[in-house]
Write a protein that binds this ligand. Structure first.
Ligand code: AMP
Length: 445
């Protein structure tokens, strides 16, 4: 999952990167890091923890220079090592280099094993490290040529920001799976970031999205950036960014995430009407879709469940028992509102079914007479291999149970999911989306 940012040609580059990472904290909470170049050396700070925990005035003032890149890492169980934090830095034949990456390289093991065969020593378990090795081993004369050569080898979903002492390269894979946007800073220089919500915080003006297959090059002494189209674009923008992952105030490919989620809620109301007294969201993930559902159905919207914001995301808890407890700590009902009412409860997705089951129980225990669950995305039947952290087939409830069986498991009075067709309509027909979790079409071969 993760967030990346690059800031070039701004004297407060590391600070701008810091604020941007703060705005994109939802994309990863395990570790964070920034590297910054003053033209002669690249300095870096990376640590486990949240952006505000890792950086303070003292650390930020050490990160001098007008060229900085940063990263927030998303936690997946088992890989908690600090060695897996980014940026990844190396010194090599042409100088120094630092890299941040959002996405997933699908031929990670193949490339890594081939490099190990040739004598490479790896420091981390990250796929991103492959790119550094390929760049370091290339015989081309410039970093730009080495990057281009290396990108012919790595396959998958990626947005990279690669920093040398005097340059920065921002690259998006030809499918454009993960979002990546370009902006202009008010006091000089440029910014590239995973989400446009970062631009709003630092006052940057949105220029455009980086195109699928495009590399943007920033160079010291050159106030304009250069664009090179490396690969023929074949857009497959991740639908899950719109459904769940991105922040509602971000725009991806010109579409506002909040508005798109609301549209999904409206489509859900058109497809799966139900006679009810109240529409309530699972906070916070179901709010935008529930507003759309309420608007379309005419059923009043209420915040029937309150969320405790001091508990992190439930999903990253390694055991089922801890996940169950955390959902309980996180969500509680407003009893007086729910008692005796027929409720439609909306969430953005069901992955393992933990949240849905708990929510139905909370609502029933609070006295709701009927609980109808409506999900603003289709059934997730396949793991995403392109950077969204969905579990294996074994854990995905929709890969193992029919909708009827899931309804029984979560003990709802009824359960419906948005159809794939309605999802596509809500997203709009002007471009292609990556729908792998729903249709199993693994388009990156
Ligand atoms: P689950 O409880 O396992 O069914 O997960 C569904 C809940 O987790 C929903 O409330 C979603 O908003 C949220 N969710 C969905 N996908 C992810 C993901 N990849 N990472 C973290 N949370 C997610």
């Amino acid at each position: 999952m993760c967030a990346i940012v690059g800031v070039f040609g701004n004297s407060a580059a590391a600070r701008v990167a810091y604020y941007s990472l703060f705005a994109m904290q939802h994309r990863g909470q395990e570790a964070t890091g920034i590297s910054s170049s003053n033209g002669e050396h690249i300095k870096k700070v990376k640590k486990r923890g949240l952006v505000t925990e890792v950086f303070d005035e003292a650390t930020l003032s050490k990160l001098e220079g007008d060229n900085a890149i940063g990263h927030n890492r998303y936690s997946t169980a088992g890989s908690e090592s600090i060695l897996d934090a980014q940026p990844i830095y190396a010194s090599y034949k042409l100088g120094e280099i630092s890299v941040v990456h959002n996405g997933n390289l699908v031929n990670k093991n193949e490339v890594r094993n081939a490099l190990i065969e040739e004598g490479a020593i790896f420091q981390s378990s990250m796929d991103t490290e492959n790119l550094i090795h390929l760049i370091a081993r290339s015989h081309k004369g410039t970093l730009q040529e080495r990057i281009i050569e290396s990108l012919d080898v790595v396959k998958g979903a990626y947005c990279f920001c690669i920093q040398s002492r005097t340059k920065m390269f921002a690259i998006r894979d030809k499918y454009g799976v993960r979002p990546f946007s370009l902006g202009k800073l008010p006091d000089g220089g440029y910014i590239v970031a995973s989400e446009t919500c970062a631009f709003d915080l630092v006052g940057a003006e949105f220029i455009r999205d980086i195109r699928p297959g495009e590399m943007i090059v920033f160079e010291k002494g050159n106030s304009e950036y250069k664009s090179i189209q490396l690969f023929e674009p074949d857009p497959h923008i991740c639908a899950f960014e719109y459904i769940y992952f991105a922040r509602p105030d971000s725009d991806i490919e010109g579409k506002n995430v909040y508005a798109t989620r609301k549209e999904m809620g409206k489509s859900l109301a058109k497809e799966c009407q139900v006679d009810a007294d109240l529409v309530i969201p699972v906070p916070d993930s179901g709010i935008s879709a529930a507003l759309g559902y309420a608007e379309q159905s005419g059923i009043p919207f209420e915040m029937g469940i309150v969320r405790n914001h001091y508990v992190g995301r439930t999903f990253i808890e390694p055991t089922q028992e801890r996940r169950d407890m955390k959902v309980k700590l996180k969500l509680s009902p407003i009893r007086s509102l729910l008692k005796g009412k027929k409720i439609v409860v909306i969430d953005d997705s069901i992955v393992r079914g933990t949240t849905a089951k708990r929510i139905v129980r909370i609502l029933k225990e609070a006295g709701a007479s009927e609980v109808h669950m409506r999900i603003a995305s289709p059934t997730i039947e396949h793991p995403c291999k392109y950077g969204i952290d969905t579990p294996s087939y074994r854990e995905l409830i929709s890969a193992n149970k029919s909708v009827k069986e899931i309804r029984e498991y979560i003990e709802a009075d009824s359960l419906s999911f948005l159809s794939v067709e309605a999802l596509k309509t809500s997203l709009g027909s002007e471009r292609n989306y990556s729908l792998v979790s729903f249709d199993g079409n693994y388009f990156i071969k």
